[in-house]
Ligand binder design. Structure first.
Ligand code: ADP
Length: 161
């Protein structure tokens, strides 16, 4: 069975992430979305909240998708889960440099695990979780960037701050 890990912060999940996950599902039978929760990096959402959002927006694909948090090394986690590949998304050339370094570091750590990249739909190539959070802080329209469920979670979070 072809199984891959799609790691990231997903703080929060956007239409860009969803686009990549759906493309990966056409290639892999199982996709484990691994949400990295870095204790040194202050996120907007807790790991648990991010899992809830990912599960909700991917609910039509839960037969193929598993969602979890981790603060382990991605390659180690990938190996432990019995997956063969790491899925990552590419937006613009700017992503390449970072992904290039990351892939090589991962390959040194675990040569059996390979990375595979999907290019996002053009309309999401400018989209990042950071952009979404900035727009939200200034009360901008979010519906072209994130699903309604995520938008509601963001609005609630900002209101409670
Ligand atoms: P990380 O902190 O690991 O970069 P992110 O949640 O920002 O976590 O991104 C996880 C992965 O999803 C990365 O490979 C990133 O390039 C990709 N990604 C993020 N936003 C988009 C998007 N709009 N289109 C395609 N890929 C994206």
């Amino acid at each position: 069975m072809k199984k891959a890990v799609y790691p990231g912060s997903f703080d929060p999940i956007t239409f860009g992430h969803i686009d990549i996950a759906k493309r990966a599902l056409k290639v892999f039978e199982k996709l484990v979305i691994v949400i990295s929760v870095n204790p040194n990096k202050q996120g907007m959402f807790t790991g648990e909240e991010r899992v809830t959002m990912v599960k909700e927006v991917m609910k039509d694909h839960l037969d193929q998708i598993e969602v979890m948090t981790s603060n382990d090394l991605t390659v180690k986690q990938t190996k432990n889960l019995g997956a063969s590949h790491i899925v990552r998304g590419l937006r613009a050339v700017t992503d390449f440099e970072y992904e290039f370094q990351l892939t090589h570091a991962n390959r040194v750590l675990e040569k059996e695990i390979d990375s595979i990249f999907f290019m996002t739909d053009n309309k999401y190539s400018f989209l990042s979780s950071t952009t979404v959070k900035e727009i939200a802080l200034f009360k901008g329209e979010l519906n072209t960037f994130v699903p309604k469920f995520v938008e509601d979670m963001i609005v609630k979070k900002i209101e409670n701050e």
